[in-house]
Design a protein around this ligand. Structure first.
Ligand code: AMP
Ligand code: MG
Length: 346
C-alpha cells in the first residue's frame, strides 16, 4: 500500500483535503491524524471491520480497547449513556485531553471496546481532528498511531516511520502540542472518579469536579502477573527500547556526576534536563526541557525516546520525574518504558 502524506496548515481553507480523508474513513479505510495529545490512527468507530484494520495495522492485541473521538462533547450521548458527572467533566475539560469511560450503546461494536460493555470517549481540541470528525458525521476510533510497542507518535514523521505501507493516508498537522496521551477517567457508581491513565488533565484538576478521585493501582505500580488492571492497556509494556532504559533518582548534582562518569566509561544515551546538557558530552544526548518545565518535557519525551532508541547505546538513562501535576503523566510513561527500573544515586 502506498502511504500518502498531506500537510494541513489551515483546516478551514483546506476543507477539500479533509473531505477526501473523510471519504477514505467512510469507505472503511484508515487515516492517521494529529490531535493535541499524540497522532491517532483513525477508523470509523461504528464499523466493525475498520476497527479490525486498526488492530492489524498497529499489531495491537484485540483486547486493548480503542478511544472513540467525537466532534462535540454532547455527541457522546449518541454512543454511550452519559450522566451528570460526564456533563461536569465535559464542561470543564472538553474539547481537550480528557477521555471518559462510559457504558456503551449498541451502535459501538464490541471489536472497538475489546469486548467491554464500556466505551472510552474523547473530544479533541485540535482543529484538524475536530474538522475531520465533523465532516465524517460518525465517531472516529483512534488509538495512538504507533506500531504496538513503540512510543506514541508526536509528529507525522514518527507516524510515517511506523505506518509507511500499512495505511493509505497521514494528515500532517505539525508537532503535537501536549505530546502525551490523554488523561483517562472512569465514572464510578458513587459519582466518584477513578484515574486510569494520567495526562495533561491532572489529578488536582479532576479533584475540582469530584471530591472522590481515586488513582488506579496500575498508574504508579507494577501489577503482579495475576492482577487485572481497570484499563486493559495498562497491562501492556507500552514501549520497549532496544537498550534498557534506567530512571535515575537522587540529588541533581550527584545524578550529573554519575552521568559524566558513565559517559566516560560506556556507550550510553541520555535524556537530560537542558540545564545539565552543557556539562555532558553531546553524543547521544537528548535534552527534553528545563528541570521545572514539565510541559516541554511532556512534548519532547516520546521524540527523545525514539531518537535514543536509534543510537547504538547499550543503556539509556533518563531523570526520574516528580509525581505531582503533569509529572504524574511523565512518571507513568517513563516508569513503564523503563519496566520499573529505577537506580538510586546516593
Ligand atoms: P491509546 O488509544 O493507544 O491511547 O490507548 C487507549 C487506552 O484506553 C487503552 O489502552 C485502554 O487502556 C484505555 N481504554 C479504552 N477503552 C477503555 C474502556 N472501555 N475501559 C477502560 N479503559 C479503556
Ligand atoms: Mg497507544
Amino acid at each position: 500500500m502506498n502511504t500518502e502524506l498531506i500537510k494541513i496548515t489551515d483546516p478551514e481553507a483546506q476543507e477539500s483535503k479533509l473531505t477526501r480523508a473523510a471519504h477514505v474513513l467512510r469507505a472503511g479505510g484508515l487515516v492517521a491524524f494529529p490531535t493535541e495529545t499524540v497522532y491517532g490512527l483513525g477508523g470509523n468507530a461504528t464499523d466493525d471491520s475498520a476497527a479490525k484494520k486498526i488492530y492489524a495495522a498497529k499489531g495491537r492485541p484485540s483486547d486493548n480497547p480503542l478511544i472513540i473521538h467525537i466532534a462535540d462533547p454532547a455527541d457522546a450521548a449518541n454512543y454511550a449513556y452519559v450522566n451528570g458527572t460526564y456533563l461536569a467533566l465535559a464542561k470543564a475539560f472538553m474539547p481537550g485531553p480528557l477521555t471518559v469511560v462510559l457504558p456503551k450503546k449498541d451502535c459501538i461494536p464490541a471489536s472497538v471496546t475489546g469486548g467491554l460493555d464500556t466505551v472510552a470517549v474523547r473530544c479533541p481540541s485540535h482543529p484538524v481532528a475536530r474538522k475531520l470528525i465533523a465532516l465524517c458525521g460518525f465517531p472516529i476510533a483512534a488509538p495512538s498511531a504507533n506500531r504496538s510497542g513503540k512510543p506514541s507518535p508526536t509528529t507525522a514523521s514518527h507516524v510515517h516511520e511506523d505506518m509507511d505501507g500499512r495505511i493509505g493516508l497521514i494528515l500532517d498537522g505539525g508537532e503535537c502540542e501536549i505530546g502525551l496521551e490523554s488523561t483517562i477517567v472512569k465514572i464510578d457508581a458513587d459519582g466518584g472518579l477513578t484515574l486510569l491513565r494520567p495526562g495533561a488533565v491532572t489529578y488536582d484538576a479532576l479533584c475540582m469536579i469530584s471530591d472522590k478521585v481515586r488513582v488506579a493501582d496500575a498508574v504508579t505500580r507494577q501489577l503482579a502477573e495475576n492482577e487485572r488492571p481497570l484499563s486493559p492497556g495498562m497491562k501492556y509494556r507500552h514501549y520497549a527500547p532496544t537498550a534498557p532504559l534506567v530512571l535515575l533518582s537522587g540529588k541533581a548534582e550527584r545524578v550529573l556526576a554519575f552521568l559524566q562518569n558513565e559517559q566516560a566509561t560506556r556507550r550510553c544515551a541520555i535524556l537530560c534536563y537542558t540545564e545539565d546538557a552543557e556539562h555532558l558530552e553531546k553524543t547521544d544526548l537528548f535534552p527534553i526541557g528545563g528541570r521545572e518545565d514539565l510541559p516541554t518535557q511532556a512534548k519532547q519525551l516520546f521524540d527523545a525516546l525514539r531518537r535514543a532508541d536509534h543510537t547504538d547505546a547499550e543503556i539509556i538513562y533518563a531523570p526520574m520525574p516528580p509525581k505531582d501535576g503533569l509529572g504524574l503523566a511523565l512518571y507513568n510513561r517513563m516508569i513503564r518504558a523503563a519496566a520499573h527500573t529505577v537506580k538510586e544515586i546516593l
